[in-house]
Design a protein around this ligand. Structure first.
Ligand code: SF4
Ligand code: SF4
Length: 477
């Protein structure tokens, strides 16, 4: 019954059918037109990171990716969708890579889940805390260079966009958080696909690529694994693919099997990825506030070590592995007991791990929008300074008074609203999730209680974090 409800055609607004934007996005070179400016920015970041001043707030590599880049990425996810992957400069080298490296090998079967990328994200969060790449422009440049090399080699040597599908931590941050976005790439009319003989959205047509992440439109549901490249829309001969509006997060209670993914409820690796990003959101914000430092010092004394790496390994091991497993496992057990259900605990836990995504996204939004709103305009003097350094001062001398976008008093209310939106969306998704795994029974509303408690506890932790003094990254003085 839930499937029938989910499969019913919905009225939706299609961005691909709007006057100027629609024809532009249908244009064969639209993605490259978005990627090229981003490539220019990436080259400038690399150059300034390696050869510019190593004071982070005065270097493009110290501000553009960490202050503006992250802020724009999460705001785009909130308002539109996965625009970061759409304009990703790392994917631009795909054709050259495939020419040079063949592009015919299949990505190893045993690495095709999300375990590897969940592990990479966990390591990245630990690395970020230990080495502070935001404070070291040269390290940011090295990371960006490594990213270009990784995308070039993997997308070049393996079929499709294997780097994006299986390895890219940034892309998976976007894939998971775009589950809460208000837009998705989706077909208009299922019956048109049913009689379609060519399936060009997947195979490609006349030099136009089809979906290289193996998402067949007829069975595609939601945003997971979708880079918003729109190759499918350009390839479809029936103009049946749109960039369509939807209720944000509604795919979290859609149980249909998904092209290239299967059912969410069968994917323990996806649930693990979601939990890494949800608990990572809170832990990453915790690392930015004043009370973190006495906490870490106390833990170091307890462990009898001076090694920051050791202390962070314990914090991240507990915070991103033990705590999610214990919290979600216990809640699943209690929820199942309250419902007097025989559903496997793992299945209950998977449904509800994904339902936590909007709350995690709310935390990322609150955190990154803080840095963005306090430091977005620093890009102006940093760009002026860069031009002065390379002997082209046509924007004048840097004016270091640029910085905040909004008055300081607005920050906490904005952050709290963003976090609250995530909390409310997770409460709704958790409630709907309890109806999914109780299908076929009378169902028990009490099954929702432990999940409401988990979401509310995390939300209150987030509120506490928002009220602590935060580091002012990318801002002089
Ligand atoms: S999206 Fe287009 S190409 Fe793909 S199956 Fe449907 S009608 Fe055919
Ligand atoms: S479904 Fe595939 S081709 Fe279409 S936008 Fe998403 S990733 Fe691109």
């Amino acid at each position: 019954m839930a499937e029938a409800r989910a499969a019913r055609p919905r009225r939706a607004f299609d961005l691909l059918r709007t006057p100027a934007l629609g024809p532009f996005l249908h244009w064969r070179h639209a993605r490259s037109a978005l990627q090229l400016p981003m490539l220019m920015v990436a080259i400038l970041v690399l150059y300034d990171g390696l050869f510019g001043p190593q004071l982070a707030p005065r270097n493009l590599a110290g501000v553009a990716p960490w202050v503006q880049g992250r802020g724009v990425a999460v705001l785009a996810l909130l308002l539109a969708g996965n625009l970061t992957c759409m304009a990703c400069p790392f994917a631009l080298s795909r054709n050259a890579g495939k020419k040079l490296l063949g592009g015919r090998r299949n990505w190893p079967k045993r690495l095709q889940g999300k375990w590897l990328v969940a592990g990479l994200l966990l390591v990245f969060f630990w690395f970020y805390e230990l080495f502070d790449p935001w404070a070291l422009p040269w390290l940011t440049a090295v990371l960006a260079a490594g990213y270009f090399a990784g995308a070039f080699i993997v997308n070049g040597a393996f079929s499709g966009m294997s780097f994006c599908k299986y390895l890219c931590p940034l892309g998976h941050f976007n894939f998971v958080n775009s589950l809460a976005s208000p837009v998705e790439v989706r077909i208009h009319h299922p019956e048109v696909c049913t009689v379609c003989a060519t399936k060009d959205c997947l195979r490609g047509r006349g030099g136009q690529r089809g979906c290289e992440l193996w998402l067949f439109q007829q069975r595609k549901v939601g945003n997971m694994d979708c880079t918003f490249c729109l190759d499918c829309a350009r390839a479809c001969p029936n103009d049946n693919v749109g960039l369509l509006s939807r209720l944000p997060g509604s795919e979290l209670w859609d149980e249909r099997p998904r092209a290239g993914i299967g059912r969410f409820s069968d994917r323990v690796d996806l649930a693990a990825l979601a939990l890494v990003l949800v608990f990572g959101a809170f832990l990453n914000a915790f690392g930015m506030v004043g009370p973190f430092y006495p906490f870490a010092e106390g833990l170091a004394r307890l462990l009898g070590t001076n090694s920051e790496g050791m202390v962070l390994t314990v914090i991240f091991g507990v915070g991103m592995l033990l705590m999610p497993v214990a919290v979600v496992g216990t809640a699943a057990w209690v929820s199942r007991a309250l419902a007097r259900s025989r559903q496997p605990i793992l299945s209950v836990a998977i449904h509800h791990s994904l339902a936590l995504v909007p709350l995690g996204f709310g935390m990322w939004l609150a955190h990154y929008s803080f840095h963005f709103l306090t430091g977005a305009l620093t890009l102006i003097p940093v760009a002026q300074s860069f031009l002065v350094d390379i002997g082209m001062p046509f924007l004048g001398q840097p004016n270091w008074s640029f910085g905040p976008l909004v008055p300081g008093g607005w920050l906490v209310p904005i952050e709290l609203v963003l976090l609250e939106l995530g909390w409310l969306a997770t409460l709704l998704a958790s409630y709907r999730a309890t109806t999914l795994w109780q299908i076929g029974t009378r169902g028990s509303k009490a099954a929702f209680l432990p999940w409401g408690l988990v979401a509310t506890t995390l939300f209150l932790w987030g509120v506490w974090l928002m009220l602590q003094p935060m580091e002012m990254r990318g801002i002089l003085g």
